[in-house]
Design a protein around this ligand. Structure first.
Ligand SMILES: Cc1cc2nc3c(=O)[nH]c(=O)nc-3n(C[C@H](O)[C@H](O)[C@H](O)COP(=O)(O)OP(=O)(O)OC[C@H]3O[C@@H](n4cnc5c(N)ncnc54)[C@H](O)[C@@H]3O)c2cc1C
Ligand code: FES
Length: 284
């Protein structure tokens, strides 16, 4: 069913975009951790994007996407008032959120900060003390800082170049916090695979429950095709229906990283083709 884009905001020029989309049926059921699968044009591929926010009253959902290749570039050509051809969701198991005995630390890296924001909001609504740790290469690439500061009692920041917060990685701040505070009940991490892997390794010695959200390649999103399979604790799981969140200490991150690059050459070629045809259309 087509869904109208109500607002479009460029969060990082040429890199990251936020869309607020009219989707009352999805907004009514969306929970933190859920995602949608969308298709932009008739012959286009289906891609999953996390629901970064949902407003039941307004009947809208918010998506934030990084420009990666052909489909996200195509999506980025749409403006407020345009329709997304198909939008299916909410999909995936929602984040397990309940009242915890100690603080929950939500860690976000890159575009994963937007997805983490919805989960942090959910923990806050459940009455948990939420500490967020966000990181990026430099200050200009930090997303959702104001949104997180509006409800989180503690927002800790790291940048690789030291332009904002602590110079270094999110894991430096995380290890420091876990060393000082033995009451932390859970760590949730969303971001690039190497970041989630590093978070899981950092928390392992502390024995703190660590949840990661896996971004494996998805096709149908309903457990039928097997494209999204991942190995967790030695068992094959489908990220779309068994996840996308799993115990970070059990995930085979090397296997996930390898599967994510399976179609690298085809993706590169189809993006090159898209860029050429898009330039041609613009110059007509
Ligand atoms: C549950 C889930 C939630 C996600 N949420 C977000 C989000 O909120 N924001 C965001 O920017 N990205 C998110 N992603 C990743 C996003 O789906 C990919 O960046 C997107 O599909 C890239 O498509 P493309 O055609 O633009 O790029 P391509 O050039 O086709 O691919 C670039 C890379 O994106 C990944 N990818 C490609 N096709 C798919 C696919 N069908 N499913 C999953 N990954 C794919 C692969 O790693 C690939 O190497 C999520 C992925 C999953 C599984
Ligand atoms: S995407 Fe097809 S089984 Fe998960």
């Amino acid at each position: 069913m087509p869904s109208r884009i109500l607002r479009k905001r460029r969060l990082i020029e040429g890199q990251t975009t936020e869309l607020v989309i009219e989707a009352p049926h999805i907004a009514a059921k969306a929970k933190p951790g859920n995602f949608v699968i969308l298709r932009v044009w008739e012959e286009g591929e289906r891609i999953p994007l996390t629901i970064a926010d949902a407003d039941t009253g307004a009947g809208t959902i918010t998506l934030v996407f990084l420009l990666m290749g052909k489909t996200t570039a195509h999506l980025d050509t749409l403006e407020a008032g345009d329709d997304i051809l198909d939008l299916c969701g909410p999909l995936g198991r929602p984040t397990e959120i309940h009242k915890l005995d100690g603080p929950v630390i939500c860690v976000g890296g890159g575009t994963g900060i937007a997805a983490m924001h919805h989960i942090a909001k959910g923990h806050h609504a459940a009455g948990n003390h939420v500490v967020t740790i966000i990181g990026a290469r430099c200050e200009d690439l930090l997303l959702f800082r104001d949104e997180l500061c509006s409800f989180c009692p503690e927002v800790l920041i790291s940048t690789n170049d030291g332009s904002c917060g602590r110079q270094g990685f999110v894991t430096d701040l995380l290890v420091e916090r876990l060393t000082e505070d033995k009451t932390v009940a859970e760590v949730v991490a969303i971001g690039p695979v190497p970041m989630m892997r590093a978070v899981a390794e950092a928390t392992r010695p502390f024995g703190v429950k660590t949840t990661v959200s896996l971004n494996s390649i998805m096709v149908d999103g309903i457990g039928m095709c097997g494209a999204c399979r991942v190995s967790v604790g030695g068992e094959t799981k489908f990220a779309c229906v068994d996840g996308p969140e799993f115990d970070g200490h059990q995930v085979d991150f090397a296997g996930l990283a390898a599967r994510l690059t399976s179609f690298k050459e085809q993706e590169r070629l189809s993006y090159e083709e898209f860029k050429k045809s898009h330039v041609c259309q613009c110059s007509k």
